[in-house]
Ligand binder design. Structure first.
Ligand SMILES: Cc1cc2nc3c(=O)[nH]c(=O)nc-3n(C[C@H](O)[C@H](O)[C@H](O)COP(=O)(O)O)c2cc1C
Length: 182
């Protein structure tokens, strides 16, 4: 039976699990930023597009505004700690690329860097943007895509249910994968 709940309670149900990714972009001087995102989705087959939701105070927001490009990189199970480094602390305090020891790679068609070891990378050019409140939805056309030769499990933001294996944890954030019973 349904019971009335606060928005926070209902969103807890919604967001556990939530797929996670890294988003990269460059500013007008070519300097790259990387940030953890949970708010993204496929948004069209033709043309192929992805929607990425970015808070307006984020450094990545300015980069995307300046370059009109981003890369969405899907992490594997060995990148749980990196997801927290790029999401749970400000990029003003750390050089995330160095701290995560990311190996970056130049894409085919955009200046935003690809991240090696990710399961997939999508190079996107912004074709539209929508003001959604305190966040902006960037619609990116996927102009080039990459996959890893040896994929692992997909990382997610998870709750305390037993169906997930928690790989890294900080404050309210638990990052993990689906638990296998074999
Ligand atoms: C699990 C997780 C998911 C996040 N998802 C998003 C998101 O989809 N969009 C967004 O703007 N910020 C998101 N954030 C917050 C940003 O990652 C965080 O505020 C950002 O790294 C601050 O970066 P900055 O100091 O470079 O602006 C998320 C954080 C975490 C831990």
């Amino acid at each position: 039976m349904l019971k009335s709940a606060t928005l926070k309670e209902a969103m807890e149900v919604w967001s556990k699990p939530e797929r996670l990714a890294f988003a990269t972009s460059v500013d007008s001087s070519g300097e790259a930023q990387v940030m953890t995102v949970g708010w993204f989705t496929r948004s069209s087959f033709r043309p192929p597009t992805l929607a990425l939701v970015v808070g307006r105070e984020r450094r990545l927001y300015r980069c995307i505004q300046e370059s009109n490009e981003f890369v969405l990189a899907i992490p594997g199970e060995d990148q749980a700690q990196e997801i927290l480094i790029c999401g749970a602390s400000s990029s003003a305090d750390v050089d995330r690329f160095r701290q995560c020891r990311f190996i970056t790679k130049l894409g085919n068609l955009v200046k935003a860097p690809l991240i090696e070891n990710c399961l997939a990378n999508f190079e996107c050019r912004v074709i539209n943007q929508v003001d959604a409140g305190d966040h902006t939805i960037f619609i990116g056309e996927v102009v080039s895509a990459w996959i890893h030769e040896r994929p692992t499990a997909n990382l997610m933001l998870v709750g305390l249910e037993s169906g997930y294996k928690v790989l890294a944890e900080e404050g309210p954030y638990r990052v993990g994968v689906v638990r296998h019973h074999d």
